[in-house]
Design a protein around this ligand. Structure first.
Ligand code: SF4
Length: 357
């Protein structure tokens, strides 16, 4: 579980010449590609931070990974790699560095520790939790197993290490349909996302019964089918087509209105593909970080329709937190998980790799 926020600290002076700051500010503005929100003055303010973080990363041989939902100054300013939680955990494991700084929420940093138990995993914001992962505890899973003995338990990757340790197999938003279809038997328990579970039940209708837990992501739960229909009507009345791309953590009414359903990485890649094929009106039904990445990585005209939602947990981490954690991490910023939990949680991840092949 996430802990209380750390007090903000005085980060001291960072000595860079005016020229170095100017060059870094221009680099930041060019890679973020949002000159209104990230104007040159803003970039000049953050430039000393990104310069110092990048210097320290090299000096201390730290691999810095950031989830897609982190802010653009982190993603394009200091991250060595950006992706979804599953891909990043594999990168953390395969990186030659022994110290990984994971800019994200707690369960993601825990997943990196599970797959790389011998590495030091630094998580700069120990209070950055997740409404979905915190909706379920290991005790809840044990109770479900008692109620439905011998029914396989599938957990979405957005869960704590202790929940993963109680489950038979872990899944991601990219592979949950494939893996659940391959499980033996005609019944399964799916935790914790009720929307993803409902989507799964629809897809497996007639083949398997899905017992679904009642958790949700507060960000994706916000979107409704009615809002999408309204935007579609408006665009169509102006003779324009609208492509709707949604994350499977949304409710079934939203997914029914969607042209593409997938993980944040898939949504980003599909938005880039669509815009390169001339489909410029795109609605991204997910956290705002995906839109920031599409803007930064697209070379085409793009009209992102509708409003995205920011995850308050993902946005807890700032460059200042990363710098402080790199300089002198507090014990609460180092992920520690007991060996037994790591072994059991790792089994559910290994089972995912086996079944996803
Ligand atoms: S977007 Fe949702 S699932 Fe992702 S960290 Fe935020 S609350 Fe959790």
């Amino acid at each position: 579980m996430p802990s209380a926020p750390l007090p903000k600290r005085n980060l001291g002076n960072m000595i860079f010449s005016e020229e170095e700051v100017e060059i870094e500010a221009i680099r930041l503005q060019n890679v973020i590609k949002q000159p209104m929100r990230w104007d040159i003055e803003t970039c000049k303010v953050i430039a000393p931070l990104t310069l110092e973080i990048n210097r320290l990363k090299k000096e201390k041989d730290v691999f810095l990974i950031a989830h897609s939902y982190q802010t653009p100054d982190i993603i394009y300013g200091v991250a060595d790699s950006v992706a979804d939680s599953y891909a990043l955990s594999k990168e953390a494991r395969d990186a030659p560095q022994q110290t990984i700084l994971f800019s994200s929420v707690r369960f993601m940093a825990e997943t990196a520790k599970i797959v790389s138990p011998h590495k030091t995993i630094i998580h700069p914001s120990p209070d950055a939790g997740c409404s979905l992962s915190e909706s379920i505890s290991a005790e809840d899973v044990k109770a479900l197993k008692e109620r439905y003995p011998d029914v396989p338990v599938v957990c979405y990757i957005n869960t704590s290490a202790s929940v993963k340790a109680e489950c038979d197999v872990c899944v991601t938003s990219s592979n949950y349909l494939k893996i659940c279809e391959r499980l033996p038997g005609d019944k399964l328990i799916f935790v914790p996302d009720k929307f993803m579970g409902a989507h799964l039940q629809n897809e497996l209708s007639g083949k398997k019964e899905v017992i679904v837990f009642d958790g949700e992501c507060e960000v994706h739960a916000y979107f409704t089918g009615e809002k999408i229909r309204k935007w579609k009507r408006e665009m169509h009345s102006q003779g324009m087509n609208l492509m709707v791309l949604s994350h499977p953590e949304c409710d079934s009414e939203v997914l029914e209105e969607s042209d593409i359903i997938g993980s944040s990485e898939i949504l980003k890649d599909e938005a880039l593909r669509l815009s390169s094929e001339g489909e410029s009106n795109i609605m991204l039904i997910t956290e705002c970080g995906t839109a920031d990445r599409v803007i930064a990585e697209s070379d085409n005209d793009l009209n992102l329709v509708g409003a995205c939602i920011m995850c308050p947990h993902m946005k807890k981490t700032h460059l200042e937190d990363i710098l402080q954690a790199l300089r002198n991490p507090d014990p609460r910023q180092i992920i520690e998980i007991d060996q037994n939990t790591i072994l059991r949680a790792n089994k559910s991840l290994d089972e995912m790799f086996r079944l996803a092949e």
